[in-house]
Ligand binder design. Structure first.
Ligand code: TXA
Ligand code: MG
Length: 322
């Protein structure tokens, strides 16, 4: 199968109506989309990504009204969050209705819904008669794509079409919030910061329930998710540079380089020191470092406010078990 990059919404819609897959732009990362109500399309998503079937998929909608057919109930706090952050980089985990195929939720009674804030994605969703199941458009376990070219590099030959919507301007996946027993819980840090969410709901977000089945089934929660191929370490950059002296080092720094690593080998996530700029550059820089043939990639954590925890979470996973 030949994979084409283009801007043709009509063609993308036609493919999706035929239960084919299309990679779509969103403001967080590119998604690998298929008809969420069709098991063949959903099966194709798992196959193209090489993703285990026990990992459920987010259902993307054009508007909250559309959620009525898929969601049994929207708790008050969820409604407030939807009002403030949808469309946007927020995913809500809500009790599902039977219209959602089991394959999409991996058999869970909850469905993850999201309304992307990307004009191309919204336009496409409005054109379609069904919602789109879409995980990030990367092979299982690798770095999420933030451009059409990233998708092509990894899924070429596996999908017919990549809808080009430019660079994803948020750069990390959506924040996932669940409401087990009415208590709002942060299931994945992402494109909306914790503080912003807590300001709207007026209470602290809790951690996932320790024995909830959410934890093990979420691929975002598997330790080696987001892993580059090159050895990747996370910690105090100055110390790590000493530890790995003599090796060919690539440095992923927050807002400043280090004397001992040349500027060519240094990727600064945010020269201005902001969380949003760092998030936007994160995955593209991780890829470029991974492709450059270093013996080791040294990364430092970013300040833990706003999108910082989401960035640090992805860095930790990249560094896990390596
Ligand atoms: O920003 C995003 O959320 C991107 C764009 C494409 O929308 N999508 C994304 O999808 O990151 P994915 O599949 O890479 O990550 C979705 C996460 C996974 O950890 C998955 O297990 C969890 O959401 N998830 C989805 N449905 C769920 C459900 N019913 N119950 C529990 N976790 C769920
Ligand atoms: Mg993913």
């Amino acid at each position: 199968m030949q994979t084409i990059i283009g801007y043709n919404l009509e063609y993308a819609a036609e493919l999706l109506r035929n239960n084919e897959l299309v990679a779509i732009p969103t403001e967080t990362v590119y998604g690998l989309a298929g008809n969420a109500l069709n098991s063949d399309a959903v099966t194709r998503i798992f196959e193209a990504k090489n993703r285990p079937h026990f990992n459920p998929l987010i259902v993307h909608l054009a508007s909250l009204d559309q959620a009525e057919s898929f969601v049994a109930e929207i708790p008050e706090q969820a409604r407030k969050l939807a009002k403030h952050f949808m469309p946007g980089p927020l995913t809500l985990l809500l009790p599902r209705l039977p219209a959602v195929p089991d394959l999409v939720t991996a058999g869970s009674d909850f469905v993850a819904i999201r309304i992307p804030a990307h004009p191309v994605a919204i336009r496409l969703l409005q054109m379609l008669e069904f919602p789109l199941a879409a995980p990030s458009a990367n092979p299982f376990g690798y770095i999420s794509p933030t451009s059409a070219e990233h998708v092509l590099q990894q899924l070429s030959g596996k999908i017919p079409y990549i809808l080009d919507g430019g660079l994803s301007h948020v750069g990390v996946e959506s924040t996932i919030v669940g409401f087990s027993n009415g208590i709002p819980r942060l299931l994945r840090p992402g494109g909306v910061g914790r503080e912003a969410i807590e300001a709207i709901i007026g209470e602290p977000l809790q951690d996932p329930e320790p024995n909830s089945n959410l934890k093990p089934v979420a691929p975002g929660m598997l330790e080696t998710h987001y892993a580059p191929h090159t050895r990747f370490v996370l910690g105090n950059a100055d110390e790590l540079i000493k530890v790995y002296a003599g090796k060919k080092i690539g440095l992923l720094a927050f807002n400043k380089g280090r004397e001992k690593v040349s500027s060519e080998d240094t990727f600064i996530l945010s020269p201005s020191g902001t969380d949003t700029e760092a998030a936007r550059n994160l995955f593209a820089y991780m890829r470029r470092l991974d492709e450059a043939g270093y013996e080791i990639i040294i990364a430092e954590p970013v300040p833990a406010t706003g999108l910082g925890p989401a960035i640090n979470d992805r860095l930790r996973r990249a560094a896990a078990n390596r």
